[in-house]
Design a protein around this ligand. Structure first.
Ligand code: ATP
Ligand code: MG
Length: 410
């Protein structure tokens, strides 16, 4: 059973019980883009909007549970899918520009009008395929236009995260921005600071993991959303590294590329710090991966140390980093030749075993009577370098070398 079939079954049960039940929002938008523009967008979530109360939904579906009761959403399990069912609702006032203070049941028209952009305001009757369009969204899908529902300035002002959602949809669906919506975003761009860092980071994660990431970043810079999103000075210009990344680049790889593109605009280029870690609420793993990628790219592009001039052991040690592949992708955008040379070496290292087990470890040295300390570490490093260079290929030879180094340190 596909996600669409699961949602269709849930809607059919609601409608058999006498309630209106439509597909709503993103899933309708995606399928209309597929139909009208022959695209192949895959929708993960099919959301249902219904006239039934949440209690009724709960009683109709035995495997269902409430989430965020204040937002009026029930999750229904159907097949292997979870379908989100929400009652037609209108949002209460936004006193903090983040979330509505309350949500109240309402008509389907009001539910369409509370949605952010016209392309997201469509309903589809799953039984007939009919589109119910209270916001002129079909016209904007046909002309590929992003337009706020209602008064653009008021809609952006009441929830400023919509500015980043706008960027995501424009980049993903290759849209033009309606002039009033653009003016509203430009006017409020600096006020993103009122939005929680979690929500900003969440949006950027979605944007940066999609192949349209470069268009999104350019748009953020063009609309002036970069400064407040990244908590740094506004700048704009070429994003050559971000543009050249493979489509499936990871989030940490993408933000490392973007960070390097931006840092390069400064003279001298900026030193790496934890600004984005805090601005985007990066996890420890994400920020470590980003920092390692930036470090590796900078080291690999250091003109004082061309790749070919480095010792084999040094090259192999760099290639052991988990972010090495990402760093080479980022490097390739700027300098094709060294990147190709590095990629060739990398394949050879993979054949040899990327991280071979050291022939000897600390226990071996202790058995030789060496006490832990700086010499101890340097002997292990030297022996491992020789192993990586193919000079030592078995434990006995490594032990002989270690003994030599103990008596006459290099
Ligand atoms: P995606 O395909 O990336 O999930 P989506 O449009 O489905 O995009 P969701 O965040 O899943 O985005 O939201 C579902 C629907 O809820 C949207 O299509 C839109 O109608 C409405 N919506 C979501 N966030 C907002 C918001 N901040 N303001 C107004 N309406 C919103
Ligand atoms: Mg969605």
């Amino acid at each position: 059973m596909s996600a669409r079939e699961a949602a269709t079954a849930v809607a059919a049960k609601l409608s058999a019980a006498g309630h209106t039940a439509y597909f709503a929002g993103g899933c309708v938008r995606d399928s209309q883009f597929n139909l009208k523009h022959a695209e192949a967008i895959e929708t993960a979530d099919f959301d249902i909007a219904t006239s039934a109360s949440l209690e009724t939904v709960r009683s109709l579906f035995s495997t269902s549970w409430m989430v965020g009761e204040a937002f009026g959403v029930v999750l229904v399990r159907e097949g292997h899918h979870t379908v989100q069912v929400a009652r037609f609702r209108k949002d209460g006032p936004y006193s903090d520009s983040r979330r509505p203070d309350s949500v109240d049941p309402s008509s389907e028209i009001e539910d369409a009008k509370r949605r952010d952009f016209t392309i997201n305001g469509l309903f589809e009757d799953p039984a007939t395929g009919e589109i119910i369009d209270h916001v002129e969204g079909m016209k904007d899908i046909a002309s590929r236009t992003l337009r706020a529902v209602g008064d653009a300035d008021a809609r952006i002002n009441e929830d400023r995260l919509r500015m980043l959602r706008a960027v995501r949809f424009v980049a993903r669906f290759d849209l033009a921005i309606d002039p009033a919506t653009r003016v509203a975003i430009e006017r409020h761009a600096g006020e993103l600071t009122g939005v929680s860092r979690e929500r900003i980071g969440g949006e950027l994660r979605r944007v940066m993991t999609h192949r349209s990431r470069c268009k999104a970043a350019e748009l953020m810079e063009e609309l002036g959303l970069d400064a407040a999103s990244l908590t740094e000075t506004h700048s704009s210009g070429t994003l050559s590294r971000l543009r050249a990344l493979p489509e499936l680049a990871s989030f940490s790889c993408a933000i490392a590329a973007w960070w390097l593109d931006r840092a390069e605009r400064e003279s001298p280029a900026r030193a790496f710090d934890d600004g984005w870690e805090r601005a985007l609420m990066l996890s420890k793993a994400e920020s470590e991966a980003m920092a390692a990628t930036v470090d590796l790219v900078r080291s690999l592009s250091d003109p004082a140390q061309p790749w070919g001039s480095r010792r084999l052991a040094a090259r192999r040690r760099l290639a052991m980093h988990r972010q090495f592949g990402d760093a080479v992708s980022v490097l390739a955008a700027k300098s094709k030749t060294p990147a190709a040379e590095i990629a060739e070496d990398f394949e050879r290292f993979v054949q040899l075993g990327l991280c071979p087990k050291p022939l000897i470890n600390g226990n071996h040295l202790i058995a030789l009577g060496c006490a832990p300390g700086p010499l101890f570490r340097s002997i292990l490093d030297t022996v491992y370098d020789l192993q990586l260079e193919g000079e030592l290929s078995n434990e006995a030879a490594a032990m002989v070398k270690a003994r030599l180094l103990m008596s006459a340190p290099a």
